[in-house]
Design a protein around this ligand. Structure first.
Ligand code: AHM
Ligand code: MG
Length: 335
């Protein structure tokens, strides 16, 4: 691993070390191509008329932006033809998308959120793409929802592209977390952030505080103690950030530490929070754990959960080890 190498060289060398077939490398290359296309569209923004609402809703009843639909198509178009996938699942599509019969099928499943944080797109704040690669179960050629229902611990690879001041790709195949920056002139992601590690301690938390009145006691206790600052039980001052773009928050945590929380709350406890397990929480948990952080619902390791639905939601508490463990301890004390 060498700073300055391209992401293609990086994954081919990793494949040589782990004895892969090349299939997986080719799939990732297609995903990277999709993210470069998405980066270009996001960057051009209103110059090409892509901002604003599409006037439709996704399966979760959320209003779709034009770019939600465009970027979903970009991810499908870049990956569907290659012969490496058996099926796909997207935040923007109700059911599993099959591979059309004109293309060969492969052994992997791809779950993705093509444009996470898309409520930020019209105001020119960072957004991202999140993806998770699973193995298609043996003997299954036409995977359905049940074939995606694998715990996050089974992921082969997870990554996100962050469309910020720079476009970055951060990914893991279970051998650490590495970050690459897109050189727009060359059109390649270049290794700039090798072996990212989340500091164990932090004095920075991220939560949508407008939901405070709905929080359950362990989350309220944790945040109250942070806000109490140097005069409170923590004896230290804390800082707060909320971008409302999970990719940007996780990236900040990978670079300088922090804790991110999107808990379940009393508004609709049956819903289990806001973030989706298959293409948001699981891939981010894999990336965070591989960087030495912790990712939990507050009571369970996210990557141990056995999914029950494609668009299942899950509470998320992730980031710097000692703070996430404190939130887990507060949940235990509450029981
Ligand atoms: P999205 O996939 O519809 O964009 O929603 C997910 C986003 C996350 O990126 C972010 O952490 C969260 O929603 C913000 O939610 P809120 O607007 O409730 O603060
Ligand atoms: Mg999302």
């Amino acid at each position: 691993m060498q700073i300055g190498q391209t992401i293609t060289q990086f994954i081919i060398e990793e494949q040589r070390r782990t004895g892969g077939t090349g299939d997986f490398t080719a799939l990732l290359n297609d995903v990277f191509t999709a993210c470069k296309n998405i980066s270009s569209a996001v960057n051009k923004g209103q110059l090409i008329g892509v901002l604003g609402s599409a006037g439709s809703e996704n399966v979760q009843g959320e209003t779709q932006k034009k770019l939600d639909i465009i970027t979903n198509d970009m991810m499908i178009d870049a990956t569907v033809w290659g012969g490496h996938l058996a099926g796909m699942a997207s935040e923007e599509v109700d059911e599993v998308s099959p591979i059309p019969s004109r293309y060969p099928k492969g052994k992997y499943l791809l779950a993705f959120d093509p444009l996470d944080g898309s409520s930020n797109i019209d105001v020119n704040i960072s957004v991202g793409t999140i993806f998770s690669v699973l193995r298609c179960p043996e003997g299954v050629s036409d995977p359905g929802e049940e074939d995606f229902m694998q715990p996050g611990a089974e992921q082969v690879c997870a990554g996100y592209a962050l469309y910020g001041p720079s476009t970055m790709m951060v990914m893991t195949t279970g051998h650490g977390t590495n970050g690459f920056t897109l050189d727009q002139n060359v059109g390649e992601f270049i290794l700039t952030h090798p072996d990212m590690k989340i500091p164990e301690d932090t004095r920075e938390f991220a939560i949508n505080a407008s939901n405070e009145r709905f929080w359950f006691p362990p989350i309220k206790r944790y945040v109250d103690e942070c806000i109490a600052g140097v005069d409170g039980p923590r004896g230290d001052n804390f800082n707060m950030r909320w971008v409302a773009s999970m990719v940007a928050e996780v990236h900040r945590i990978l670079v300088r530490g922090g804790i991110f929380m999107y808990p379940n709350d009393a508004r609709d406890p049956g819903r289990g929070g806001k973030l989706r397990l298959m293409y948001e929480a699981n891939p981010m948990s894999f990336i965070v754990e591989q960087a030495g952080g912790v990712s939990s619902t507050g009571t369970e390791r996210i990557m141990d959960l056995k999914p029950t639905e494609l668009h299942q939601r899950v509470p998320v508490v992730l980031g710097s080890r000692n703070e996430v463990e404190r939130v887990i301890a507060y949940h235990k004390e509450e029981k």
